[in-house]
Design a protein around this ligand. Structure first.
Ligand code: APR
Length: 179
């Protein structure tokens, strides 16, 4: 699914975020930035050991924040590492922390003059965020950002599996129906 938001394109695709050819891809990391499983593990495997070497120099990342590195062996030139909320731990702050993870990732993308970026579904795996709620927060945050920033040409959500894709597609249609 593809829509135009202001002067940018917002895309939903089913697939693997490490395979994307956007200038940057976003990593669903943890505060240590020293790797993990899921998306984090897949990105570090695909980028190679130099990614971890650079991550070691960053001094970690707070929940809701984002930091950029090179992409090394990935097609993407950059990796934007962000840390989403742990759903059960962060309680009512989880909504704002998830929105912040997306917003800060987009801000860091803009600050580095990166024109295209691919997101996985942050916090909806090991961090336990319910997919439907997370999809609405992710998409609304991206739409709000693109409505007031024209520098990023493409924001792609790369959804792992058909069910996740369908949840995001339904969420996007609901947001567009009310805009
Ligand atoms: N491409 C796109 N999406 C993926 C991929 C992939 N290669 N692999 C997994 N996913 C999906 C999962 O299905 C889930 O919907 O990404 C979403 C996020 O899942 P996680 O990777 O578990 O990320 P998160 O829930 O944010 O938990 C982060 O897990 O890997 C550790 O170090 C990481 O501690 C951190 C925690």
């Amino acid at each position: 699914m593809q829509v135009t938001i202001n002067q940018s394109r917002l895309e939903l695709v089913e697939g693997d975020v490490t395979a994307q050819d956007t200038e940057a891809i976003v990593n669903a990391a943890n505060p240590t930035l020293l790797g993990g499983g899921g998306v984090d593990g897949a990105i570090h495997r695909a980028a190679g050991p130099q990614l971890l070497e650079e991550c070691r120099t960053l001094g970690g990342c707070q929940t809701g924040d984002a930091k950029i590195t090179k992409g090394y062996r990935l097609k993407a030139k950059h990796v934007v590492h962000t840390v989403g909320p742990v759903y059960r731990r962060d309680g009512e702050r989880a909504v704002e922390l998830l929105a912040s993870a997306y917003r800060r990732s987009l801000e860091v993308t803009s600050e580095n003059n990166v024109r295209s970026v691919s997101f996985p579904s942050i916090s909806t795996g090991a961090y336990g965020y319910p997919m439907e709620e997370a999809a609405a927060i992710a998409l609304q945050t991206a739409i709000n950002y693109l409505e007031s920033h024209t520098d990023i040409e493409l924001v792609r959500f790369v959804l792992f599996g058909r069910r996740t894709y369908q949840v995001y597609e339904k969420a996007l249609k609901e947001i567009l129906a009310h805009d």
